[in-house]
Write a protein that binds this ligand. Structure first.
Ligand code: MHF
Ligand code: KIV
Ligand code: MG
Length: 283
């Protein structure tokens, strides 16, 4: 939405952006330092994704991630933002049994982290959960198409909404909108199916591998910054090469320590009482 002057991004600004044809930008974040940078850059929302399972905790999937894992990470992100809207991702096993469980989990994120909204996976199957959370005054972001928490049920990282299943995707999108969500993520769906959903909904669609016709875009920041190891999804465009930046720094540091070049006098303390007096006055 790019209005850096906005004091704080609110869910109403998502609706306004769609009406005005202004794109919405999002990145994941899992800590205060990246949250500060992305917020200062004017990114509209930060998702504390259960992708932390992959990017922070080293798991192969998001399935083992718990609410207790994500709460301290979400708190860190909330502390880093002044403007961006922070969305807490509800992990696998924290909302599926029904609206009561879903609301309980949403309350935990809102009370214990200061997040501004929650996200959960599923369209028709999660509509009652979304409805209950929204009724309690908590904004919900939906997530349909490829839903990583159902990776085993879906048979891998499979593109959703191809061919005849485009109708099911649209039904999921309508269910999420009707339940009161303020936006919906479309993950790994063909661009034309995403266009159809985007035109059919009044709430903004957020692409994660959903092509160019959505109302906004989201990406896992460690993939986007070239920090992730191993394969990254085809839909990710890499904007930096942090892995090689940090590798070069670690190699140079190691060489300096091993050779004795670091630490040197400039990075050491002297037993100097005059300098100490100056420092105490400064403190
Ligand atoms: N680091 C990271 N990036 C993500 O985008 C991400 C996560 N973690 N964790 C949660 C989910 C899982 N997602 C994924 C994971 C892998 C593919 C992937 O490998 N896609 C392949 C095609 C499918 C395949 O052959 O497995 C691709 O080339 O796009 C896609 C989405 C998206 N999310
Ligand atoms: C990939 C996005 C949509 C997500 O759910 C996450 O980062 O956990
Ligand atoms: Mg997620």
């Amino acid at each position: 939405m790019a209005e850096q002057a906005l004091k704080r991004v609110r869910t109403r600004h998502f609706a306004r952006a769609k009406e005005q044809g202004i794109k919405i930008t999002g990145l994941t974040s899992y800590d205060v330092l990246t949250a500060q940078i992305f917020d200062e850059a004017g990114i509209d929302f930060l998702l504390v994704g259960d992708s932390a399972g992959n990017t922070v905790l080293g798991y192969d999937t998001t399935l083992p991630v718990t609410v207790d894992d994500l709460i301290p990470l979400t708190r860190g992100v909330v502390h880093g933002v002044k403007r961006a809207l922070v969305v807490a991702d509800m992990p696998f096993g924290s909302y599926e049994t029904g609206p009561d469980e879903a609301l309980h989990t949403a309350f935990r994120f809102m009370k214990e982290t200061g997040a501004h909204a929650v996200k959960l996976e599923g369209g028709v199957r999660s509509a009652e959960q979304i409805r209950r959370i929204v009724a309690a005054g908590i904004p919900v972001m939906g997530h349909i198409g490829f839903t990583p928490q159902s990776e085993h049920g879906l048979g891998g990282h499979v593109i959703q909404g191809r061919g005849e299943s485009a109708d099911a995707l649209l039904a999921d999108a309508k269910a999420v909108e009707e339940a009161g969500a303020f936006a919906v993520v479309l993950e790994m769906v063909p661009a034309e199916a995403a266009r159809r959903v985007t035109e059919a909904l009044s709430i903004p669609t957020i692409s994660v591998g959903g092509g160019p016709h959505c109302d906004g875009q989201l990406v896992v920041w460690t993939d986007w910054a070239g920090l992730s190891s191993g394969r990254i999804p085809k839909f990710v465009k890499q904007y930096a090469d942090l892995r090689s930046v940090l590798m070069d720094a670690a190699l140079a540091y190691r060489a300096d320590v091993e050779s004795g070049a670091y630490p040197d006098a400039d990075h050491s303390y002297e037993d100097d009482t005059a300098e100490q007096a100056l420092q105490e006055r400064a403190n």
